[in-house]
Design a protein around this ligand. Sequence first.
Ligand code: FCB
Length: 467
Amino acid sequence: MTSTDIRPDLTGGLTFPPGFTFGAATAAYQIEGAVGVDGRGPSIWDTFSHTPGRTFQGHTGDVAVEHYARYRDDVALMADLGLSAYRFSVAWSRVLPEGAGRVEQRGLDFYSRLVDELLAQGVDPWLTLYHWDLPQALQDRGGWSARDTAARFADYAGTVYDALGDRVRHWSTLNEPMCSALLGHMSGQHAPGLRDAVAASRATHHLLLGHGLAARLLRDEGAESLGITLNFTPMTPATDRPADVDAARRLDGQQNRMFLEPVVHGAYPEDVVADLAAAGAPLPVRDGDLEVIATPLDWLGVNYYFESTVQVGVRPADRPTSFIGGEDVVELEPQGPTTTMGWGVSPGAFTRLLLWLHERAPGLPLVVTENGSAWDDAVSADGAVHDPERTEYLLRHLEAVTTAIDGGADVRGYFAWSLLDNYEWARGYAQRFGLVHVDYATQQRTLKDSAHVYAELLRRHRQAPEG
Ligand code: FCB
């Protein structure tokens, strides 16, 4: 018996269908740094993070994990882990510093080098065009509240496609438009930091319109694999009292269905339309918009972290709601252990979500484009990073995916959030989501135990007999 034979199967014996994509995800502003390099223009996240009081201890993405300079080493890490795919985003203001018009070739060249490096290492690039970092110049012209921004997004998509479409197969328009629209314009937790229901409703529709215009253009240009990433939080009422049931319906409406339904069925849910109108913030839909928004896709990106239990109640003054007309709804503290984000751990809800999506969007393959957890990680005296909670979270959520697949859901891939510890938006560097630990003082990367387990799972997957 060799040592390999007696090595415990740390992967829990999980198996996935042949051809299943395993990757890790990042986003430009969270990892690149180099905010003033090669002609990059400012984005709303530069402005927001540099505004006192907006982010944890004033943290910004100015330096982040220096991926702009270190991308080759980071791609080498991906290859070491055996990732078959890497999901990253392009910073719009690197490509178009003013958001529209003048193209900055050096910005495009960076992504071109990154893509070449990924392909050279056998890692398939999955490109997201927009992960929250609107060029500030466009914000100055109204941002997503302005209908014109949707058209500018499509122009930008075309510019990136012209440069990279010969090598990148997988294209995603938006990451989590719910967060851009509602955290950005309703609760103000994210850039541009507004608290304005009308702006939030307008941003919702214009983001989706921008998605549709870009999707149509990429489709016409010949993009082979096209999707959007939405974030889903299952909402459960705390009691069966009608008011609580209705509170869950309202939040589910804006969190989940308001984005899913127009994309896959070309219509906003009627109850959501009514809720927004009643709140004085109607969706600014024009004739023909919904057909554009429902441009057929090849896959739906699913981001899942936790579920939520809600009821009517009084919100603390320092916790403005993210939901239009949701001022009377509170989210309960999760039961059981929570991550350092304060998020609960519910793999069962993940299975149910994937099965629900399969039912709501029949025929549309699902790709888990983000899932992961933040914990207090540190490099130990032995030089390793022991992260049993993340490993457990990872395995239980991968298992949840297999359960959904067994139940009939057509899930094609899983991207762990995140490859590296990085800038967790308003929560700054205090939240570590990486499979790879980053020492922010030295930029030293160290594979966490969870990364080794993931790599082992991927190795076994590659070696599994086909079919
Ligand atoms: C998602 C974001 C991603 C990261 C994770 C933790 O909402 O898309 O950038 O911040 O949450």
